[in-house]
Design a protein around this ligand. Structure first.
Ligand SMILES: Cc1cc2nc3c(=O)[nH]c(=O)nc-3n(C[C@H](O)[C@H](O)[C@H](O)COP(=O)(O)OP(=O)(O)OC[C@H]3O[C@@H](n4cnc5c(N)ncnc54)[C@H](O)[C@@H]3O)c2cc1C
Length: 475
């Protein structure tokens, strides 16, 4: 079942320049002390807090909504609550993306991005419902046509005009985020257009206080509402701008060298000061901004492929597009802004046996975890590494050295399913390879299809959901 290739050539020389260190590779054997885990938020608690906030918004609306006596009142009141919930929804959506460390660590960037995308659809629906219900409700109340009333609202109230522009911006953002369009637009174009959300929030803000019945005569509500916007705005500035710049100044990240690991895969070694003080955990990633003319305006997520030493860390990247393909050409001495560490894909140290499943470049966080698991667990560590071709295997020597040092088992399963003649991640094959799977904590990282298949097989074999951890390399 297990195909072991004849030693593929997986490493190349480390390309560096004069003043940089060229020796002292990353430690490959022996467990590395686990860093102290920072505070992390539980997904259920975060959902509870968001729900509580929504309930308070409903309470505010209920308190200030007069008795409804006709269709016009009903529509206006409905438009009011939809608008209030949308205004609150924006705060939640932006808060989820503020890169607040306990959220990133406890929930994980990929899950936060999924919540953000799902929430975004709800909020745009709420805003659209708000616009339609308010316009219709006002038209019914003043016995006008909806079109005429819309024109009156736009020409008589500047705040409403700004809010309408904000709504159009949101519709544009929704359109470019639709899956069919997103596939055709580059990630960067989508990302920078997506930032128009901030402009939209700013444009719509004033109409809430100028025209919202819940705020016009309620200074406390205005204060509380402004406070949540200010807090979330400050969180964005703090964690997305000031913190990375502070880290840049403190740690002085600099490209030290690039090493070819396999076909289209390179490791980038980054030097710096006191890198262990960042307390990165195995399995975590940073967002990397390489300060070259071509790359400074993009930051991309790449996982650590080994735990940082005080003076050096390493990422390993497969060329997939422009940014990842540029990694092979990075010049030693290039300065780097690294934002992180992020991610909840970290070993839980539950005391159970550990199964690591990696596919392709998904080996990067798995390699870091493999080397860092405590020695006492080594009897129960199994790594399954899937690749399409022997040439695609990276870190073979490192993985073998770690396994030998720790008495752990590594299965290299190489070749497509068609070529192998079976699906190595199907439940029966997995059960034969790793008996007693229900006693394991499993970590899966690889292409989306492979990850899904492995997770389904593990669950079919009785591994509970809470014991299966996986990471997607796409947000
Ligand atoms: C948490 C995480 C950890 C990752 N770790 C690694 C790793 O260790 N090694 C590795 O080789 N790859 C890793 N990736 C994938 C890597 O980030 C993408 O392959 C890379 O950003 C692609 O950019 P590109 O310009 O080369 O290709 P493009 O052709 O521009 O993008 C290919 C796809 O990558 C995704 N992508 C592009 N830019 C970004 C971005 N800035 N942020 C998020 N997703 C983006 C999009 O889904 C896009 O469709 C990781 C991704 C995530 C989300």
């Amino acid at each position: 079942m297990t195909t072991t290739p004849a030693s593929p050539r997986t490493t190349g020389p480390l390309r560096t320049t004069g003043g940089l260190r060229t020796t002292g590779g990353l430690r490959t054997t022996g467990p590395i002390p686990m860093p102290r885990t920072g505070r992390s938020a539980m997904p259920g608690v975060v959902q509870g807090v968001v729900g509580l906030g929504a309930a308070m918004v409903l309470g505010l609306w209920w308190k200030d909504t007069p008795a409804i006596s006709n269709l016009g009142d009903a529509l206006t009141a409905a438009g009011d609550i939809l608008g209030l919930l949308a205004g609150y929804g924006f705060v939640v959506l932006v808060g989820l993306m503020a890169r607040i460390p306990p959220l990133e660590r406890g929930i994980g960037a990929d899950r936060l991005a999924r919540w953000h995308a799902m929430g975004g659809r709800y909020v745009i629906t709420l805003v659209t419902g708000h616009v339609l219900a308010i316009t219709w409700g006002m038209a019914v109340t003043v016995h006008e046509s909806v079109t005429r009333e819309a024109v009156t609202l736009l020409t008589s109230y500047t705040d409403v005009l700004y809010a309408t522009i904000a709504w159009f911006l949101l519709l544009l953002i929704a359109a470019i985020s639709a899956r069919a369009v997103r596939r055709k637009v580059s990630y960067e174009a989508w990302y920078y257009l997506h930032l128009l959300t901030y402009a939209s929030i700013a444009l719509a803000f004033s109409h809430q206080f100028a025209d919202g019945p819940d705020f016009v005569a309620n200074a406390t509500a205005r204060f509380a509402w402004s406070a949540i916007y200010v807090i979330v705005g400050a969180a964005i500035v703090w964690w997305r701008i000031i913190t990375p710049l502070g880290m840049f100044a403190r740690h002085r990240f600099t490209v030290m060298g690039v090493r070819e690991e396999a076909r289209g895969v390179v490791s980038v070694y980054i030097s710096g000061r006191n890198l262990d003080a960042m307390r990165a955990e195995p399995g975590q990633f940073f967002r990397w901004r390489f300060l070259t003319k071509e790359l400074f305006w993009q930051s991309h997520p790449y996982s650590l492929s080994a735990m940082p030493r005080p003076d050096m860390m390493r990422i390993t990247v497969k060329a997939r597009g422009h940014h990842s393909g540029s990694m092979a050409h990075l010049r030693p001495g290039t300065r780097v802004i690294a934002e992180g560490p992020y991610g909840a894909f970290t070993p839980s140290l539950s005391g159970r046996r550990v199964l690591l499943i990696a596919g392709g470049v998904g080996i990067t966080p798995i390699r870091a975890m493999f080397a860092a698991l405590p020695r006492r667990m080594s009897v129960g560590i199994t790594l399954i590494y899937r690749a399409s071709h022997p040439r695609d295997i990276v870190f073979r020597q490192e993985l073998d050295a770690i396994a030998a040092d720790r008495n752990a088992t590594v299965h290299y399963i190489i070749g497509s399913r068609a070529r192998l003649g079976y699906d190595p991640l199907a439940p029966e094959e997995l059960a034969a390879l790793v008996p007693g799977l229900h006693r394991y904590e499993a970590y899966v990282c690889g292409p989306t299809g492979m990850t899904q298949a492995a997770v389904e097989s593990l669950q079919a074999l009785g591994v509970k959901r809470r014991h299966v951890h996986h990471e997607a390399f796409d947000f």
